[in-house]
Design a protein around this ligand. Structure first.
Ligand SMILES: [Mg+2]
Length: 217
């Protein structure tokens, strides 16, 4: 039997981004919060750089997010946004490589986390698509911090009680899912489903298993 001296010790936890990594949209995205901010601008409130962060760190629905932004959108706009979010949510599905990859990780006894920057109304996706897995969930609106801020990765390390070098983060956004985790000492892989050009990139989640099996890059 071949020895596999290249094999690394298994990670304590693998953490995945959600949208574009585990989950895909089946409809054109409506960008409802851009519409909310557009309405605000048309009604005399300037768009602020921090607005996207505000939207993703308020643990409440459209009205609470409006309060956080300091705006009071009309009822019909709130209802339109809610129905567009529902349209998006009902279109979501898992990429084909998700279930085999998560099953293989769980079989190996590796803990799994999901970490996403998202507005609270989108949080329903976890219960709709990922109920069959034993996941730790790290969501910006629950934690009050967004990727790539260090605090969100630190909350992952705290909850898993893992050293950063024993955590592997995977996602499709370079800053949020690769550079941010690397900055706190985690390992990370940048998922680029269209093809890879860098040693730290993978084009499928199946490649995570090969990486753990000793492809050290
Ligand atoms: Mg993503």
């Amino acid at each position: 039997m071949a020895t596999n001296q290249q094999t690394k010790s298994p990670p304590c936890a693998v953490i995945f981004d959600l949208f574009g990594t585990l989950i895909k949209f089946g409809v054109q995205q409506h960008h409802p919060f851009r519409q909310l901010l557009k309405w605000a601008r048309e009604n005399g409130r300037q768009v602020l750089l921090v607005d996207a962060r505000t939207v993703m760190t308020i643990n409440g629905g459209i009205d609470a997010i409006g309060d956080g932004l300091g705006i009071k959108p009309p009822r019909e706009l709130v209802q339109r946004i809610e129905s567009e979010i529902e349209d998006e949510l009902s279109s979501l599905s898992l990429f084909d490589d998700v279930i085999p990859t998560l099953n293989a990780l769980q079989t190996r006894g590796i803990k799994i986390g999901v970490c996403s920057n998202l507005a609270q109304p989108y949080g329903a996706v976890i219960g709709r698509l990922l109920v069959n897995f034993d996941l730790e969930v790290f969501l910006s609106y629950e934690l009050g911090t967004i990727k790539p801020e260090a605090q969100i990765y630190e909350s992952i390390l705290n909850r898993f009680n893992c050293d950063p070098e024993h955590c592997l983060f995977i996602g499709d956004t370079f800053e949020a899912d690769y550079a941010g985790p690397i900055a706190v000492g985690m390992n990370a892989l940048h998922l680029t489903r269209s093809g890879v050009s860098q040693h730290y990139q993978i084009s499928s989640l199946v490649d995570v298993l090969a990486y753990l099996d000793g492809d050290n890059r």
